[in-house]
Ligand binder design. Structure first.
Ligand SMILES: Nc1ncnc2c1ncn2[C@@H]1O[C@H](COP(=O)(O)OP(=O)(O)OP(=O)(O)O)[C@@H](O)[C@H]1O
Ligand SMILES: [Mg+2]
Length: 363
């Protein structure tokens, strides 16, 4: 096929898609904030805690855990909009994946070029700038870099004169184990789990999207998408919405095939978004067929050194594994070898997806 033919084909496709889709933005699973997110029972106590903070000035720090796609980010972004607009309470949202040290987070919040400044100087500037009550949402908090072992940002609100309530979000329960008990009690952190949605809840979310985003839709298809998502993922709504988009734009496509395509898209995006060290861990997992954690670590170290990369320590390697598991890229299971239990790692993605990224980054 030549370029012109390709262009023509794509033009026709975009044309057909736009006849079926009323609003494409509704299918943007990263940026779209639902007008009325589906209520889940765990949101009640969260709202109560924020309201109490607004009234009393006493921060109730909260950590919300829950698997990928269970609505942590979108619900917090929705609450931010609501509280800022209707309740005059200021929120600051930071994605720790993008700003992965206490220093970078503060510099981002202050909108400053912070080079040359110390952390305490940044903290002072924060106190000057944010004198009023502030809810600070740190999303994907488990992405805080090992280069920031003291996790200063978490304790900043204790030290600081500014009045900050922390809300931490993570899909990785291991994060809490790393913040030890003493620290947790000094933060007086409450932990909330967002349970995976059931198929009926996923259906309700899909129905909202379909009503807003599609010219017309079939409820049976929505139920099928909800059911397959609940069965085959940890109720990752992102997967459901992508599947719905494929079903909506290609009417001949079976739900199973649309789901498979969505799954591959999401895995590809996840792998592409990983940093180099994570990519090298995946390479080691892929190459070390037996999959025992220690041998995978040895292989990872070797690959890293060969490529001139500084490898993680074994502890940080284990933290990285738990992140990769929470993202759905690997599975860690316990197996008995010579009377002792050991962790075995299996990858859940097709090798060519990783190979493409390896080629691009390390060839
Ligand atoms: N209660 C809800 N109502 C409407 N849409 C929802 C709801 N919960 C999740 N969604 C939609 O599902 C998708 C995934 O949600 P979100 O990004 O908030 O998940 P997450 O828990 O932050 O996942 P991760 O741990 O991967 O960051 C988003 O497009 C979001 O709009
Ligand atoms: Mg999120």
């Amino acid at each position: 096929m030549d370029i012109e033919q390709y262009l023509k084909g794509r033009e026709e496709r975009v044309e057909t898609e736009s006849k079926k889709i009323r609003d494409f933005l509704v299918f943007d699973t990263f940026n779209y904030i639902p007008e009325k997110p589906l209520m889940r029972e765990e949101v009640g106590p969260l709202i109560d805690a924020i309201l109490r903070y607004k009234k009393t000035f006493i921060p109730n720090n909260i950590c919300i855990l829950g698997s990928s796609g269970c609505g942590k980010t979108s619900i917090l972004k929705f609450l931010q909009k609501l509280f800022e607009k209707e309740y005059d309470l200021s929120f600051k949202y930071v994605n720790v994946r993008s700003y992965n040290t206490s220093f970078k987070i503060l510099a981002y919040l202050l909108d400053m070029q912070a080079r040359g400044l110390s952390l305490s100087e940044l903290e002072n500037s924060f106190e000057q700038k944010f004198k009023d009550k502030t809810v600070l949402v740190l999303d994907e908090i488990d992405m805080l870099s090992p280069k920031d072992p003291r996790k200063e940002i978490l304790y900043f609100s204790n030290r600081s004169k500014s009045n900050v309530m922390l809300i931490l979000l993570s899909n990785n329960p291991r994060f809490l184990r790393e913040v030890d008990e003493t620290c947790r009690s000094s933060l007086q952190m409450e932990v909330t789990y967002f349970k995976p949605y059931n198929a009926i809840q996923i259906f309700e979310i899909l129905k909202q999207r379909a009503e807003k985003g599609m010219v017309d839709y079939d409820e049976g298809m929505l139920r099928q998408v909800a059911a397959i998502t609940a069965q085959q993922t940890n109720s990752d709504v992102r997967m459901a919405i992508k599947t719905l988009f494929y079903c909506a734009t290609e009417t001949d496509l079976k739900v199973e095939d649309a789901f498979e395509r969505a799954r591959r898209d999401i895995i590809r995006e996840l792998i592409q978004g990983l940093n180099d060290r994570m990519i090298l861990i995946l390479q080691a997992i892929q190459e070390e067929k037996e999959g025992y954690a220690r041998s995978v670590y040895q292989r990872y170290r070797k690959i890293s050194l060969d490529k001139g990369e500084d490898p993680f320590s074994y502890t940080h390697f284990c933290t990285a594994l738990s992140y990769l598991q929470a993202s759905g890229l690997i599975l860690i299971s316990q197996v008995k070898v010579n009377r002792t239990y050991t962790n075995r790692i299996t990858h859940l993605f097709e090798p060519e997806m990783l190979n493409v990224v390896l080629q691009l980054r390390f060839a």
